[in-house]
Design a protein around this ligand. Sequence first.
Ligand SMILES: Nc1ncnc2c1ncn2[C@@H]1O[C@H](COP(=O)(O)OP(=O)(O)OP(=O)(O)O)[C@@H](O)[C@H]1O
Length: 957
Amino acid sequence: MTVRTPTTPAAKIDRSPVSTPGGQKLREDKILVTVRLRPLNKREQSSKDQIAWECIDDNSIVYKPSPLERGTQPTAFTFDKVFGPDCSTESVYEDGVKNVALSALMGINATIFAYGQTSSGKTYTMKGIKEKAVTDIYMHIVNNPERNFRVKISGLEIYNENVRDLLNSESGRNLKLLDDPERGTLVEKLVEETANDDQHLRHLIGVCDAQRQVGETALNDTSSRSHQIIRLTIESTLRESSDHVRSYVAILNFVDLAGSERASQTNAEGVRLREGCHINLSLMTLTTVIRKLSVGKRSGHIPYRDSKLTRILQHSLGGNARTAIICTLSPASSHVEQSRNTLLFATRAKEVTNNAQVNMVVSDKQLVKHLQKEVARLEAELRAPDSYNEKDLKIMQMEKEMEELKRQRDLAQSQVDELSKKLNEGQVHKHSESHSPIARKCLSFSATSLPKLDGREFGHHKGTSNTVGMRTMRQSSTAPFTLMHEIRKLEQLQEQLGDEAHRALEVLQKEVACHRHGNQDAAETIAKLQAEIREMRAIRPSPKELEVESVVTVNKSVGANLKEEITRLHSQGSTIADLEEKLENVQKSIDKLVMSLPTSNDQPANDETPKSKSVSKKKKLLPLVSSNSLNRQNFIKSPCSPLSVSRQVLSGEVENRAPELDDTVSNEIQPLSDKDTPTKSEGGDISSKENTPYRRSSSVNMRKMKRMFQNAAEENVRSIKAYVTELKERVAKLQYQKQLLVLELEANEAAGHSLDDGEILPEIQESPASWHTTFNEQRQQIIELWDVCHVSIIHRSQFYLLFSGDQADQIYMEVELRRLTWLQQHLNKLGSASPAHGGNEPTISLSSSIRSLKREREFLAKRLTTRLTTEERDALYIKWDVPLEGKQRRMQFINKLWTNPYDVKHVQESAEIVAKLVGFHEGGNMSKEMFELNFAVPSDKRHWFMDWNQISDLLHL
Ligand SMILES: Nc1ncnc2c1ncn2[C@@H]1O[C@H](COP(=O)(O)OP(=O)(O)OP(=O)(O)O)[C@@H](O)[C@H]1O
């Protein structure tokens, strides 16, 4: 049987912050840390050990220096709760950990740890805690008869880094840990038993305790030699009669750690010494994890994977669980140093924040039941169409509105009819002149008038979209100065968008003005739009603020004070929000306008012959709107159009618009092509020329003409509508990017940077020693992320060899780390979901990354023969354990490269081999600038054999 680690299957958990029966919600809280000081034990008493620690109140413990330690000041430590030697385990439970433990009954994962030096009282304390918790759990179950509870138990110990099943001693010594992308770390084949009642549960806990490895040391006759994790899984569901379909599931871990120990004090040797080494090693990883978490989760890589203990308990350390740690202490002066270490650990643990959530489960059975009920309800609704529901009322309302629109349309129609009558009376020429511009009208903005963007600013450039996404991942250390520059660029784009919106609306204004006389409602809408345009333009930031000429300009215009800049950006927030709101209003107005325009489908029945009726659907967009195709192409080509949806819609319309001959017009009018838009002179005696778009006609079908005019207008308005939608999204996107940048600036400010901080790498002020540590940490993190994200091994090799710890590499390391963090989160988010196809955007998915990597390995395998001699190859095969005779030996060998991110030698050798195969091992043709911050194509840098686009493709930038 396989048991989950603290989370339940993600697919089944509703992670939204909903109330549990106990009223608890999504919470972010710190680990609860308590300290328990035991009395001096017999051994300590007999050796005349002194008491070195005193609990001075409920929260503080103080070190009392002995009279011999003159000059040493008492040191105080403060915690959530401190329990002195006289306190019972019951108080430790009641006042310390009870609330955390019982969260599991409300669907919130919980973990209770005991941490401390050997013989300090961990097992003693945890025994009592488990006992009390079991009593309370079953009391809660009895007191809540409306819910069905199920309590399951499993137990394991980690002994010498081996995982053992405490409920199945037969199962072998070492259970495997499996990584499940959805469920986290799993312990393979761990037995899980369902407890029938509290007695049964106590019995099973007893079995786990009895199975645990215990040994005698100089400090403790019954010293626990392993870390023990007893895990209760508590599920609860409302009973059958209830309509609710939700259940809760949570895990409650009782963790009794092995104690830290000094071989000199425990007199350990042989087996005990080996055990002690393992214990200390895994406790050290736990300490590192806690230390890193205590300075914030964004502080870099958390080495959960460095020990089985931290791997299994990952969710309890800064994750989805409430956690309480009881630190146990010996009061003896002979253990002062160990006790002080325990208290330092406890102090750090206080700073760790967890994000516990209510784990809700919808079981398949419950879901099916719920869906069946829903289907039945809908069927009943369908069977009784007379019963008005909300939808029916809405339909009625819409019908009324349609009536009104039809009325308006009829009015417009009668006016057009009047016009046509006049035309028939001999004013054809004049009216053709005055109306053809309507048909020919096209939006004035073109691809060239669009902001000069290469797509990067809108997240189209693959690299840049990554960097923007990455900004959210980690605390920024990017130069405030660089951020400022980016903000300036965004602001300029915003300005350009404002202009674009303005231009679009001007066109709209002219467009509607052409048939204002026929549509009072449209005229009103236009008046409103005009007012909105004016307002929109009024709220734009002053051009002075938007200069982005150069970095120097940025510095000048911004001034030296980062704080002022942040305030300025914040004050602009409302301006941007206003802009968004205005665009929203414009969108609504345009929607209304589109509604009010008569559509070609709305023609009265007597307007159409059966034949024309049959084709009317197909001919929704008529030939005279050809002028719009120009504009539409601009949309489609527009590099800054982020709306694949609008592109699809528009290209769909292009298809619909394929010129068709209509029987009813074939004798009078032929469709115009884009090129053949009639000129003014063609409007009159249009038939007199050869190749003119119109054929000679003695009787122009004015109704047809009128319809075409209407369609042309409608199409233009539709284009504007799509365009405004696009503008809105672009503004929103910019706003989002800007917010991220402001956050970064704030983070920089919090970190004490100012805009004066220097040129490109303002924070390279770390001492060489600390930079070296940071570099090593970051590099390891990068290597691990490369591995999990299946990044190109050519890229890995190049990056690895290029950046070897020089302080100037800091910015590149930072960017790479952000990019990969983003990539990892992106891939996690995608999970196993297959990527959506069909859009123009390149889709990064785990499978596409793996495929690319496979292709790359195949490519490198081929190069083995061209780049290496037979002797060199054979030497490598031998070294890398590849059979010399194997048919697939080249591929086998290549497949071994870059497979172990934790082995430094392996990484180094892999990088060197790839470098040799690709031809950049000499370093002369590698350039760090290829990894520039913005991932832009370096203009004049020499590359190795691949160009940047190829690399980008490989890296999914
Ligand atoms: N608060 C206490 N009051 C009285 N006796 C205690 C207390 N805490 C611990 N003891 C006694 O101290 C001895 C050592 O305790 P325990 O085995 O729980 O230590 P430990 O921290 O689990 O040690 P190890 O890490 O070696 O397993 C036991 O005999 C236990 O009964």
